[in-house]
Design a protein around this ligand. Structure first.
Ligand code: ADE
Length: 225
């Protein structure tokens, strides 16, 4: 998989890809991440990428021309399965969307700033609009990092057995059950007996029950889906 991220703040985005699972996924060749600084595609000497909005009103709007130049350059090199725009009014990211996107080959992720991009960018180039939640961030970069993390950990070979994505919360519309590690007794607070029993079918059954209980308590909406 290849992900091209278009941003005015590449420095804000780099560190999540330089540690732990994402770093290893890149090193092992499961994914290529390329950052494109939108200012390099500005058409004037001042490197302007935004302007006042037509009709008046507070806040600047990202111009179509630099974005068109950047996307056109990328599309001339390869085909893209989706061009994703990170925006609070997009579809809210969930595990199903992450699963679907993890099956794609090449993606472009466009990070918005200020009041967002000129609507014509969305109409002409963007194929998917994604929000990471009902709150407004200063820009799309942190959302893009969240999206990439959710996708990349699902790529075959990225996680090993111990960190397998199959037992994650949401993967089967259930939250994950509680987990424990040593010591079995911490200041009188003990681990559920069943987990120490060695009876693996029973343990599996307990985990399923706990996952269901937790989901019913915290996210009953997931059980309706
Ligand atoms: N940009 C600003 N807020 C955002 C959000 N909630 N999700 C994705 N991109 C954003």
């Amino acid at each position: 998989m290849r992900i091209d991220i278009i941003t005015v703040l590449p420095e804000l985005l780099k560190s999540p890809f330089e540690a732990s699972i994402l770093k290893r996924a890149i090193e092992k060749g499961h994914v290529e991440i390329h950052f494109h600084n939108l200012r390099n595609y500005a058409t004037n000497n001042y490197k302007t990428i935004d302007d006042y909005q037509f009709g008046g009103g507070a806040g600047m709007v990202m111009m179509i021309e630099p974005i068109d130049k950047c996307i056109s350059e990328l599309k001339a090199e390869r085909t893209y399965d989706d061009i994703i725009y990170m925006t609070p009014d997009g579809q809210t990211l969930n595990q199903k969307i992450a699963n679907e996107l993890s099956l794609k080959g090449n993606l472009i992720v466009l990070c918005g700033h200020y009041k967002g991009v000129d609507q014509r960018v969305r109409d002409l180039f963007v194929t998917k609009e994604i929000s990471i939640g009902d709150y407004v961030l200063s820009g799309g970069e942190l959302g893009a990092a969240v999206l990439c993390d959710a996708i990349i950990r699902l790529l075959p070979g990225v996680l090993n057995d111990e960190t397998s994505a199959l037992t994650d919360s949401f993967q089967d519309n259930l939250l994950a059950p509680p987990v424990y590690t040593r010591p079995a007794d911490y200041k009188g607070h003990t681990v559920p007996e069943i987990l120490l029993s060695g009876n693996f079918p029973k343990i599996e059954q307990w985990r399923e029950e706990e996952a269901y209980k937790r989901t019913k308590e915290r996210r009953p909406d997931l059980l309706d889906e």
